[in-house]
Design a protein. Structure first.
Ligand SMILES: Nc1ncnc2c1ncn2[C@@H]1O[C@H](COP(=O)(O)OP(=O)(O)O)[C@@H](O)[C@H]1O
Ligand SMILES: [Mg+2]
Ligand SMILES: [Zn+2]
Length: 430
């Protein structure tokens, strides 16, 4: 992909309305554009990051044996009335009426809809346990939508729901999802803490939140610096020592990126959702629900990883891992060489390379590449190219390497952690 074809406009002044660094950098780097309070366009760069996050989540949900579904965002009021949440959910629930004056909610979450789906679909104990998930737009009329993608009125969530025969089987589903969450966040390059949490409006018996520790977070967690123990502030109460290792506890602000709940029969009971057990008795589902704030993850990643120059994307999230920067101004020959080099990288690592083919000064290209946060910059200068060399800059560490052009694919393969270089050698050997 080339920047002259990419509809983006970066800017280097601080946007006035943005209070947190992730919001500022996403606006400046052309990742998102504000439409109205809590509503954003994802521009091409932002949409690519969103898709990358989604595909890692899909892979790990599938690996955990969950099945993808897609439920409507528009939900009939009757389902919400059956669980009493039509009244209890409060003003955060967007309510609308159709032309026949029937009431609907724009889904902030899908417990009712999925329970209604399961009671028709899962009739026998032989079909259980089952976990269903979707990646979908959610709507919440937040009192204070703010911090860009962090707290929107419309946002992308991965929500999963498990249906089990018993509390024990439900607990196993819950643990499987917790493990999947650790894999997802680690593949995304995020450092998270899992904390015990309150069950809130969703209800149920036990619950854990996954927190990205960051100064701008709206939540506070109490954590142990020596082991993995951590808790949400409400549950930790006055405790000052870690219950596992007696170490002094510390507290810090954090961003909630995931939340898992053991729901028990909170929804299956009022909705009379169950299955036939081996003795032919009608039995209620034991349920769990599991959310990840997909669009919030862009913001959380930037809060955790940036510097004065801009965003520093974890490798797995970057819109493109590699940005090729030919520094020739209007020099056609230089741009052509840049394109050949970009094509070589693209062939080995499809979808991972962007070339900055604008007729811009080197300073402008460097500043934009830093701002947008591409993990690796391949810098093509006149003098180095005469000796068939390119310069590489690693965005995260600032380290620079001078390489022969021929060594580029292997070096990038190592950098991306892909076995591409091995395959290349085999082909060359033949
Ligand atoms: N308004 C919002 N904007 C962006 N992401 C949100 C918003 N509300 C919730 N999320 C994300 O969705 C996940 C699951 O939602 P949930 O736990 O029901 O939200 P909450 O804790 O705000 O009630 C949260 O962990 C969070 O990452
Ligand atoms: Mg939550
Ligand atoms: Zn401890």
């Amino acid at each position: 992909m080339r920047t002259t074809r990419l509809p983006y406009v970066t800017f280097h002044e601080e946007p006035a309305e943005a209070e947190v660094v992730s919001h500022r950098l996403m606006l400046r780097g052309s990742y998102v554009k504000k439409v109205a309070g809590g509503l954003y366009d994802f521009l091409p760069l932002g949409a690519r990051v969103l898709r990358r996050i989604e595909s890692i989540i899909r892979e790990e949900m599938d690996r955990a044996g969950a099945f993808e579904v897609l439920m409507p965002a528009l939900q009939p009021a009757e389902l919400w009335q059956a669980t009493d949440r039509w009244d209890k959910y409060g003003k955060e629930l967007f309510r609308i009426q159709d032309r026949h004056d029937r009431s609907f909610a724009l889904g902030p979450t899908h417990e009712e809809v999925v329970t209604d789906l399961a009671r028709g679909l899962l009739r026998s104990y032989r079909q259980l346990p089952v976990t269903l998930y979707q990646i979908q737009t959610k709507f919440r009329d937040e009192m204070r939508p703010r911090f860009g993608l962090m707290r929107g009125r419309e946002f992308v969530m991965k929500d999963a729901y498990s249906f089990a025969r018993s509390g024990e089987e439900g607990a196993a589903c819950y643990r499987e999802m917790q493990e999947a969450y650790f894999r997802i966040f680690s593949r995304l390059g995020l450092s998270v803490r899992m904390v015990e949490a309150d069950t809130g409006m969703i209800g149920g018996s036990s619950s854990h939140e996954f927190m990205v520790l960051a100064p701008s977070g709206e939540d506070t967690v109490v954590f142990c610096p020596s082991c993995s123990w951590a808790s949400n502030i409400e549950l930790a109460g006055e405790a000052t020592r870690c219950p596992l290792c007696q170490e002094r506890l510390e507290r810090t602000t954090a961003i909630e990126v995931g939340h898992v709940f053991d729901l028990g029969q909170r929804y299956s009971q009022p909705m009379e959702a169950g299955f036939l057990d081996p003795d032919g008795r009608e039995t209620l589902f034991h349920m769990g629900c599991y959310g990840i704030g997909v669009s919030r993850l862009l913001a959380a990643a930037i809060e955790q990883s940036h510097d004065d120059g801009g965003i520093i994307w974890p490798l797995a999230m970057a819109p493109w891992a590699v940005c090729v920067l030919p520094l020739g101004g209007k020099d056609q020959e230089m741009t052509a060489r840049g394109e050949r080099i970009a094509a070589i990288i693209e062939e080995r690592f499809p979808g991972e390379v962007l070339i900055d083919d604008r007729e811009a000064r080197p300073g402008v290209k460097f500043a934009d590449a830093d701002l947008c946060g591409f993990p690796l910059q391949v810098i093509l200068g006149e003098r180095n190219l005469r000796e068939d060399r390119v310069e590489l800059k690693v965005r995260k560490t600032g380290e620079r390497h001078l390489l022969p052009v021929s060594g580029l694919p292997e070096w990038i393969g190592d950098f991306l952690g892909r076995p591409g270089s091995m395959v290349d050698t085999l082909i060359l050997d033949r």
